[in-house]
Write a protein that binds this ligand. Structure first.
Ligand code: FES
Length: 157
């Protein structure tokens, strides 16, 4: 099955291209746009982006798998990504991950059966000074505790 950007997505892609010296330089934002349009970066999306920027699917795949911000499989309505790198670990991230895992009934990498939550452990989210940190969809939540993470997750519709 092939995929293609919507009209608005295509316009956004063309706008992106004007900001970069060549098409290949737009790989990262193009992948982000693909994720926004298609929900995740599927194999079809990899081939599509490769065609748009004029490179091989293997190169696009390499980029998409290197960065944890790209989802290579479908995720739930809420993508709960908890950093487990050094600063976050030292401040209890593993305990938070275990807590959320028990609370949601899924292991890291899994999605709840109702499709509401996907839990993931990720590498440094770049906000080590406010560890421990969770990225919930596009939003960062910092200085987390078991209580604050419960509050955040419990109020989601
Ligand atoms: S170590 Fe967690 S944000 Fe950097």
């Amino acid at each position: 099955m092939s995929v293609a950007f919507s009209e608005a997505g295509r316009a956004e892609f063309e706008r992106l291209l004007t900001r970069y010296p060549d098409r290949k330089a737009a790989i990262l934002p193009a992948l982000y746009l693909a994720q926004k349009e298609f929900g995740y970066v599927s194999d079809e999306a990899i081939v599509y982006i490769a065609g748009l920027v004029g490179t091989s699917p293997a190169e696009i795949e390499g980029v998409a798998t290197f960065y944890t911000m790209y989802n290579r499989k479908p995720v739930g309505k809420y993508h709960v990504q908890i950093c487990r790198n050094i600063s976050c670990s030292l401040l209890g991230a593993e305990h938070l991950i275990e807590h959320v895992s028990r609370k949601l009934g899924v292991r890291p990498g899994e999605t709840t059966p109702d499709g509401k939550f996907t839990l993931e452990k990720v590498e440094c989210l770049g906000s080590c000074g406010t560890a421990p940190v969770m990225q919930l969809n596009d939003e960062y939540h910092e200085n987390l505790t078991v209580e604050s993470i419960d509050r955040i997750l419990d109020q989601l519709p």
